[in-house]
Design a protein around this ligand. Structure first.
Ligand SMILES: Cc1cc2nc3c(=O)[nH]c(=O)nc-3n(C[C@H](O)[C@H](O)[C@H](O)COP(=O)(O)O)c2cc1C
Length: 370
């Protein structure tokens, strides 16, 4: 099975199924000497675990990481970094009725159409649980990036049709987003969203929403035209997350309804020079979301990822079975009502992996004596 490796120089391979013995990742290409403790990975995984906000699965997993290689006395060795997380809380019998039929909206049928067989327990590798591997690898990337002052913060910007306070709203608080389990940056909005989620739960339904992300400290010039554009790589990274259905940068799809005079970010005079000798970029606005021509402007990198509603809902649904006959299914198992709060650290992790890779690739930008 191909497609389990991500990145060029700072690369990660992930493995494991939802109800198999374990999941994990191998990060290859992380330079030697980066401070890394097991606790960095453990606390990143803790943020991805189901919260108590009613939107998350009741599956209780310890998600305790084991660091198998690549780190010695608190520093990376430059060798592959392997992280293993054992599955301890799976209840595979909940999925027995899915062995022979396909959940609408999930990947059951497409996996079987492709491979002719699948691990039906918990969705196998198409489970949201797969994202823990990304979060473990992202914790390594974030440690590498912190040396350059690059900070990545994401939050739930909309859930179930309710849009939370945006960055320019005085009610917006990233501390609040960290404090409530829905990861909503405003306590009042979080309360409204919690009500919406419990109503959907009572109806046996689920919700979609968006995760927004801001990255500061990105050096101007990051990104590799033309096929390795910063925005193209981020889009690929984000759309590889289960249930992710779209991404927009800066003014996003709104720009399509706008005009050039309203959208163009005005460049302001500056005395500073970049290593390339170009004047340092200073923009009055950031409609571009921190990227032009696939290259970082030096302004905050801003993007929003759209997630569809969780496919595994508890109300009865019509589908087909392996014989092709029509069936009605009732899905058991412990499912999220909305993936958005738990996708927040996943979005951050994928952004960290993209940026770590580009930080290594940019060392090839211009000739410098060794
Ligand atoms: C963090 C996270 C948690 C998820 N939890 C569930 C879940 O509990 N139940 C479910 O049916 N899908 C869940 N999903 C979504 C499925 O993984 C996804 O819909 C499925 O793989 C099909 O892929 P697609 O929606 O991208 O086409 C989750 C996704 C993420 C990112």
């Amino acid at each position: 099975m191909a497609g389990n490796r991500f990145g060029t120089l700072f690369a990660v391979t992930t493995f494991g199924e939802s109800h198999g013995p374990a999941l994990g990742c191998v990060v290859d290409g992380c330079p030697a000497g980066v401070p890394l403790e097991l606790e960095h990975i453990r606390s990143a995984l803790r943020r991805r675990r189901p919260g108590s906000g009613g939107a998350s699965t009741a599956r209780a997993e310890a998600d305790e990481p084991e660091l198998l290689s690549g780190v010695f006395e608190g520093k990376t060795l430059g060798t592959p970094i392997a992280v293993l997380v054992r599955n301890t809380g799976s209840r595979s019998e909940d999925y027995d009725n899915l062995k022979d039929c396909y959940r609408p909206g999930h990947a059951d049928w497409t996996w079987e159409a492709k491979y002719g067989l699948r691990d039906h327990r918990g969705g196998g590798r198409s489970s949201g649980r797969e994202t823990l591997c990304r979060v473990a690898a992202g914790a390594v990337a974030a440690q590498f990036l912190s040396r350059y002052g690059i900070v990545i913060r994401a939050w739930s910007s909309a859930i179930g049709g309710i849009t939370a306070a945006g960055m320019d709203d005085p009610a917006f608080s990233l501390d609040e987003a960290e404090a409530n389990p829905l990861r909503v940056p405003c306590a009042q909005d979080a309360a409204r969203i919690a009500e919406r989620i419990s109503a959907l739960r009572a109806q046996g339904d689920s919700a979609g929403g968006t995760v927004s992300c801001a990255v500061t400290g990105v050096p101007p010039g990051l990104g590799e035209p033309v096929f390795g554009k910063l925005d193209a790589l981020l889009a690929s990274a984000m759309l590889s997350i289960g249930a992710a259905k779209g991404i927009e940068f800066g003014a996003g799809f709104g720009a399509a309804r706008s005009t050039g005079s309203a959208q163009n970010d005005r460049l302001m005079p500056t005395a500073e020079r970049l290593p390339s000798q170009a004047p340092a970029a200073r923009y009055e606005t950031n409609n571009a979301g921190g990227v032009l021509g696939g290259i970082a402007t030096g302004m905050a990198l801003l993007f929003t990822v759209a997630f569809k509603p969780v496919p595994s809902i508890t109300r009865a649904q019509k589908t087909i079975d392996r014989t092709g006959a029509e069936r009605e299914i009732l899905i058991k198992g412990r499912h999220d009502i909305c993936v958005v709060p738990r996708a927040v650290p996943v979005v951050e992790a994928m952004a960290a992996l993209v940026l770590a890779d580009l930080m290594l690739l940019r060392r090839a930008d211009r000739h410098q004596p060794c």
